[in-house]
Design a protein around this ligand. Structure first.
Ligand code: ZN
Length: 794
């Protein structure tokens, strides 16, 4: 139990640091960055998007020196008040440029609102004037209209087949090794590292039955191990083993585990529906000291009550689907838990409260929509309303958990990256469900800030400069944090943006995150994982660690492929990902439609899609036309976007392109086939000037895959000249079969680059106890990088 107190201590320190990390980001044209500057200063605030008819919340600052809220890097001294402040300056907001009129609620107040007459690009100016000196600052506002009135609908993951060189292998490694490993760890009651598995539910069940019982072990949120693994098992059981004996054996173990665990989980649910064993049982800490409680519900934001409850709701969705909607044990228990929350949390006389981690916010909308789909009659609405209430309750807190401002006034991604993307994902859901323009504006702004200012080429987020979180704009050090859970959360956010806006670019982005930031979080065999995913990788993966998050989040997200591949509207079937597979889109166009993709993508650009509606129907198939340069931070050469050719039943077609989709409209009957060809080329990618970490460096890409060079193949400090030829070559013997990119370094040496997701799969496997990093922002001790994305170009 040695790791825990160190970790808790570290966590406390880091939370305190997080609380201190205040931000005054945005356009600061007149603000030198020195912390002790005493010049007259104006800070307009972060750039943002406004979705009409919303107004924007201006949170400007004028004064002398640095503002009181400023994001600091670790080890940077806190800002000091200026020694000789001058006279109070006059404040003035004005429109610097724009296509329409801007109305300020109070142009003479730094904190006010602005409304816009027509869509377009505006620049607002904040001026400070003390009679002898003036300072000004600008912010960009993009004013847009509401998204379509109806969002796309989710395609639930039901029984499906994977037939893809890359994905069959990855799925097998997760099913045969990773998930069974999680089951075994959760069934143990002797773990020193990451304790608190199913044993907590067993003991809570005994207590509720009036029997002698043990104590809650591990983190207050250790129940999350169990719920995430239940969801991962449920999804894994929906994958057709196609006769593979290893998969059949692993699935049998999962089926038996669910039958073993479900009664234990249900027995730990209190009579009012509440479920979190850290609140039912006395808690034992790492030193063996028992805190008998009582632990009151919904009082402490750090107890992760929403985090644990949310994962339980989500696990019930896929368990219910896996059972063919026949086994409602978890589904009913999840409704009981959600009802318990709805009964207690809400506008007065109920309790106003929020959890420090926003998992419940996104889970409540996902679950509410699911209940609405399963039962009709709007039974899920109270859950969706509660999600909004929880989000609206966030205020007067810190950037660490995104409670520094009301969520609708947040325009810059800050704080703990997993909490942030979960928060924004929940906000995207609420925006769609309520058509609240303030919510839409904040989500669009946060999305824009992430994708165009705080986004890694791998699709990862979180530089780790704040506690496990985001750094300032354009500050994207290669020793990134990029927690695996933040990749999951970013996929959820991009997916929801795709549903809201019906635009392919959001799927372009989640493909990027899926194939790079997330896919490589487990090793080829599925025996070890990465908690954090820096771009200059220095450590091998490890089998387990202290924090109940990534280990179950990774498989449940990676295996939910039909949901990521397809979406549906009243008249259109959307194809968002290209993966060799057979899946069914249920309840579309008045029928069910089986979709078979035959493709070796991402190794080969040929994709064949067979559309098999149960009965002949007229509808549109919208196929994503890849755009590999959505983020403004990166540019690639040569171009490899778009679709080279499309044919339907062998006849070439030139479909209309709408919102990034090729639209094919016809009466579809079983066996109709679309063939398309995607251009896949070895590309060079360069970062824009504002990203210092990428200057003088180049990254390589093939299709959606970002590449690494590894010390095991070459000296990774060599220079790859801009004119050297690159060639993509298939190597079936390397790393389970991958396309490698070959080239010649400036010194004449051969360069071999391998996909980022298979990085660090060669070399000695270290003692896990020695290398498992502590959560909470702790970075591994500096050691030489062994696998890097950004290669020296000069
Ligand atoms: Zn995690």
């Amino acid at each position: 139990m040695k790791k825990i107190p160190t970790f808790l201590f570290l966590m406390t320190i880091l939370i305190l640091v997080g609380v201190l990390l205040f931000s005054a980001a945005g356009a600061q044209q007149t603000t030198p960055s020195q912390p002790f500057n005493t010049a007259l200063t104006a800070i307009a605030g972060p750039d943002r998007v406004v979705v009409l008819p919303a107004k924007t919340y201006l949170n400007g600052w004028v004064g002398y020196g640095d503002p009181p809220r400023r994001e600091r890097r670790r080890n940077e001294p806190p800002p000091q008040p200026p020694p000789n402040p001058g006279p109070a300056p006059a404040v003035g907001w004005s429109m610097d440029s724009g296509p329409g009129a801007v109305t300020f609620a109070d142009a003479k107040a730094s904190i006010t609102t602005a409304a816009f007459s027509v869509p377009g690009a505006y620049v607002l100016k904040l001026t400070a004037d003390n009679g002898t000196a003036r300072a000004s600052s600008y912010l960009n506002v993009t004013v847009d209209t509401q998204p379509p009135s109806t969002p796309l609908n989710a395609v639930y993951t039901t029984n499906y087949k994977i037939n893809s060189p890359l994905w069959s292998q990855k799925a097998k490694s997760l099913i045969v090794n990773w998930i069974p490993h999680c089951i075994d760890q959760i069934n143990r009651d002797d773990l020193q590292l990451g304790p608190g598995g199913i044993d907590n539910f067993i003991e809570a069940g005994k207590k509720l039955a009036g029997q002698p019982h043990g104590n809650h072990k591990g983190y207050v949120f250790s129940n999350a191990w169990v719920h995430q693994t239940v969801e991962a098992m449920s999804i894994a059981l929906m994958i057709d083993p196609q006769g593979d004996q290893d998969i059949i054996k692993a699935q049998a173990k999962m089926g038996a585990t669910l039958e073993d665990w479900i009664p234990k989980i249900l027995a730990a649910q209190e009579s009012d529906g509440y479920l979190q064993t850290a609140f039912t049982l006395p808690r034992i800490d790492a030193k063996g000291v028992v805190n008998p409680g009582p632990f009151n519900h919904w009082e402490r934001r750090g107890d992760h009550e929403g985090y644990v409850a949310g994962y339980f709701l989500e696990s019930a969705i896929n368990h219910y689907l896996m059972s063919g909607k026949k086994d409602a044990r978890l589904y009913n228990a999840a409704k009981k838990l959600a009802d318990c929350w709805v009964k207690n949390i809400g506008p007065a006389p109920k309790k106003e409260w929020f959890d420090g981690h926003q998992e419940m916010e996104q889970a409540l909308v996902r679950f509410g929509r699911f209940v609405n789909d399963m039962e009709r009659g709007g039974k899920g609405e109270p859950y969706i309303q509660l999600a909004k209430f929880l989000l609206d309750s966030r205020k007067n807190g810190s950037e660490y958990d995104q409670s520094h401002l009301p969520v609708v006034q947040q325009y810059e991604a800050v704080g703990h990256a997993v909490r942030a993307v979960y928060s924004y994902s929940g906000m995207a859901d609420v925006a769609v469900e309520t058509r609240d323009a303030d919510y839409h504006s904040a989500v669009r702004s946060l999305w824009d800030n992430i994708v165009n200012k705080k986004y890694y080429i791998t699709g990862g987020v979180g530089s780790g400069e704040s506690s496990e979180g985001f750094g300032p704009n354009y500050s994207l050090r290669n020793n990134a944090y990029c927690e695996s859970c933040s990749s999951c959360g970013l996929i959820f956010l991009q997916y929801k943006m795709n549903m809201a806006y019906h635009e392919a670019k959001f799927a372009d982005l989640y493909e990027e995150t899926l194939y790079n930031a997330l896919l490589g979080s487990t090793d080829l065999e599925g025996k070890n994982f990465f908690y954090d995913n820096p771009l200059d990788s220095r450590t091998p993966r490890y089998p387990w660690h202290t924090c109940p998050c990534c280990v179950g989040n990774i498989p449940r997200t990676l295996l939910m492929l039909p949901t990521w591949m397809y979406a549906k509207s009243a008249d259109s079937l959307y194809v968002n990902l290209f993966i060799g597979s057979t899946a069914t889109v249920e309840g579309f166009a008045g029928t069910d439609v089986q979709v078979i993709q035959v493709t070796d993508y991402p190794w080969n650009g040929a994709v064949s899609i067979t559309i098999n509606p149960k009965t002949q129907r007229n509808f549109k198939v919208r196929i994503r036309v890849p755009d590999r340069s959505v983020s403004a931070l990166y540019a690639s050469t040569p171009e490899a976007d778009g679709i080279t050719s499309i044919s339907v039943n062998g006849a070439a077609v030139k479909p209309l392109i709408d919102k990034g989709y090729a639209v094919i409209s016809r009466t579809w009957k079983a066996g109709d086939r679309i063939d398309l060809d995607l251009p896949l080329k070895a590309q060079r990618v360069r970062g824009v000037e504002t990203v210092a970490a990428t200057q003088g460096r180049v990254a390589l890409r093939f299709g959606p895959l970002v590449y690494n060079i590894e010390q095991v193949d070459q000296d990774i400090n060599q220079v790859l000249g801009p004119d050297s030829t690159l060639a993509a070559e298939w190597n079936g013997d390397l790393l389970g079969g991958v396309m490698v990119i070959k080239g010649i370094f400036a010194g004449g040496g051969k360069m071999t680059a391998i996909p980022n997701y298979v990085r660090n799969n060669r070399g000695p496997v270290p003692d896990p106890a020695k290398i498992a990093p502590s959560a909470g922002g702790g970075r591994p001790a500096p050691r030489p990088a062994t696998s890097i994305v950004w290669i020296k170009e000069k």
